[in-house]
Design a protein around this ligand. Structure first.
Ligand SMILES: *Cc1c(COP(=O)(O)O)cnc(C)c1O
Length: 404
């Protein structure tokens, strides 16, 4: 049984490295990966960590050491993955809206590629014909998860080639003898409902006969993790069961065994991350008690950007009675993390911890207001390791060119 990082450990890390600081629990990442591989025992599945959730190179090396593959959303992520030691065959580049030059670089680097537009598919055909295997990212017209900002499969989404343009895809395949080895559909993030993945499988089932060289069916990522107390995540075991049944159906109908690929981002790293901040100021107005912390949406944008919920705890005053607080940041914008949040009584100097902050936390951070990006720490084998220094002043003008 995995023991979570307790408050003492978090306090020590805050003391050693200062705040704000992101802390990642290596064994929790391993535990999540094990959940996947255990659930999918006996299923011909491959997992590609969607690294845009968290790209720190020490984290990537750790994830590689677990035996996981990697999914990249830009050519720079492909370069980072190579630097972290992933073999090209274990790297997947699922592009969207990119310049064809990036696809050419991906081919030169020898990684797996999913293409998401007819235009790039045509350029790919003209350049490589049958020479280089490729997957197609499709748009299925499925609304998943309920939040338009993080749903990518609905009819007005920019992602993928709409399934109804199948004839155009097939015309390109025919003209350039394209070697289509994979079909890809990623419907979005925070998908609790296993049904969504089965709908995707049904689409693959319809399409498979059109692509005789097909080897893998890529169902994307988007497994939900619980953010609130008592919330349910995606039932990975149920998913594995249903996917296994679908693969058997493929086998029985087409006499062919396909591999199924997944691209979990959040599922692997979200719960492993804690973001430690410190309270600068307390302020009261007629309706609210503000707890003003030494951070803002420049460090954790999810609450303001997606209305997402992060559990927050005061680890400095755990025995005190609770009061309601508006937890706000220190940048010159409305950067509210939570409006009416019961917390153990907060005092200036207390440490407030944001839970489930491993995915899309640091990664979406910026230097807005000329604030430093936080430090990052990986806690592994009972020890804390600094894996990224906090910025310093020189970082803020590093690439600037000073005219007289
Ligand atoms: C972002 C992304 C993922 C990962 O999504 P999570 O919600 O973090 O699991 C997987 N595949 C693609 C193509 C993505 O863009």
């Amino acid at each position: 049984m995995l023991i979570p990082l307790d408050n003492n450990i978090l306090q020590e890390i805050a003391q050693t490295y200062g705040t704000p600081v992101y802390v990642y629990h290596a064994e929790k990442i391993a535990d999540q990966f094990k959940k996947l591989t255990t659930a999918f025992t006996g299923v011909n599945a491959r997992f590609f960590y969607a690294c845009k959730a968290l790209t720190n190179i020490s984290i990537l090396k750790y994830i590689r050491s677990l035996g996981c593959n990697i999914d990249c959303s830009s050519i720079n992520e492909v370069h980072i993955a190579l630097k972290a030691g992933f073999a090209p065959a274990n790297i997947l580049y699922t592009s969207n809206g990119i310049a064809f030059e990036e696809i050419q670089t991906a081919v030169e680097l020898g990684v797996n590629i999913n293409i998401d537009s007819l235009s790039n598919l045509e350029k790919f055909g003209k350049t490589y014909g049958h020479l280089y295997p490729v997957g197609i990212r499709l748009l299925p017209n499925i609304m998943a998860g309920g939040n338009l900002k993080i749903s990518t499969g609905h009819e007005n989404s920019k992602f993928g080639i709409p399934v109804y343009q199948l004839n155009q895809i097939l015309a390109l395949v025919e003209r350039y003898k394209l070697r289509i080895v994979g079909l890809h559909i990623h419907t979005g993030s925070e998908i609790k409902d296993v049904e969504v993945f089965i709908k995707v499988a049904d689409i693959f089932f319809e399409l498979a006969p059109h692509f005789p060289e097909l080897e893998f069916l890529d169902m994307g990522g988007g497994f939900k993790v619980p953010y609130k107390e008592n919330e349910q995540g995606t039932d990975i075991y149920l998913l594995a069961q249903e996917v296994s049944a679908v693969l058997n159906k493929f086998d029985a109908t087409y006499g062919k065994k396909f591999q199924v690929w997944f691209e979990p981002g959040k599922f692997l790293v979200s719960e492993a991350g804690s973001f430690i901040t410190q309270v600068n100021v307390l302020k009261t107005n007629t309706n609210l008690n503000f707890a003003g912390i030494n951070s803002g949406f420049n460090h954790l944008i999810r609450p303001m950007f997606y209305d997402s919920y992060h559990r927050i705890t005061n680890i400095s005053n755990t025995e005190a009675p609770t009061k309601e607080y508006a937890v706000v940041g220190n940048i010159c914008e409305t950067d509210t993390f939570a409006w009416n949040r019961p917390l153990n009584e907060v005092r200036e100097g207390d440490l407030l911890v944001f839970h489930n902050a491993g995915a899309y936390g640091f990664e979406m951070g910026s230097n807005y207001n000329s604030r430093f990006l936080p430090a990052q720490v990986l806690h592994k084998n009972g020890q804390a390791h600094l894996i990224r220094k906090r910025d310093e002043l020189a970082d803020l003008w590093r690439n600037q060119i000073e005219l007289d």
